[in-house]
Design a protein. Structure first.
Length: 204
């Protein structure tokens, strides 16, 4: 029987690299959320992990690139939730509720919160546009789901744009006040908020 090679396979090296990238991103996003982007340095992030700043450059690049990665992860979670809601069976209100609940819960995790707490002005124009395009896709999905509910009668007649803006504003709120050690879980908070909000969309 051949001896196991002490050298890692390409797949193992790739997995290890991704694990290290995510460790940096998770440390960075927590600091961005707690201190603010401008008040956080890569030296701070590196120190929290017991690594050097050049190590962060190796895996992710400069500070803005680290932030863009954090924001993109949060945006991609919302886009995935939108796709999942699209595939949800039932009435328009059911698809809308599914998306809103995931939306609220995602905005209470570290990467989702970063999108709410970090102003786009912190980014360069190119990076800002990349994030803005993702946000537009999410906003468009929310409007479409409201409109579909209006069409099938499960949502009251209303302006889909105004309704979507109101829903998003309300569900962005917990990113500022939710505490992980609170009495209610993220899912419980999300479900109750969506219950409050969708009650106002019920056909009259």
């Amino acid at each position: 029987m051949a001896a196991r090679s002490p050298f890692k396979t390409p797949a193992e090296r790739s997995e290890e690299r991704e694990a290290k990238r995510m460790a940096v991103l998770e440390a960075a996003v927590r600091m961005f959320n707690a201190r603010g982007y401008h008040q956080t340095s890569l030296d701070d992030v590196a120190a929290s992990l017991g690594i050097s700043k050049p190590t962060i450059y190796h895996y992710l690049g400069n500070k803005e690139q680290v932030l863009v990665e954090c924001l993109t992860i949060g945006m991609n979670q919302l886009l995935a939730a939108a796709e999942e809601a699209r595939a949800h069976h039932g009435r328009g209100i059911d698809r809308l509720r599914a998306f809103l609940t995931d939306y609220a819960e995602i905005n209470m995790n570290d990467f989702g919160r970063c999108n709410i707490l970090t102003a786009n002005e912190a980014l360069s124009p190119d990076a800002r546009e990349s994030i803005r395009l993702r946000k537009r896709r999410i906003d468009a999905t929310l409007r479409e789901l409201v409109a579909e509910g209006i069409t099938d009668g499960s949502v009251a007649q209303c302006d889909p744009k105004l309704a979507a803006l109101t829903l998003a504003s309300a569900l962005n709120g917990p990113s500022r006040w939710h505490r992980p050690d609170g009495e209610l879980s993220e899912r419980d908070i999300a479900t109750q908020l969506v219950d409050f909000l969708t009650a106002g969309l019920a056909p009259r």
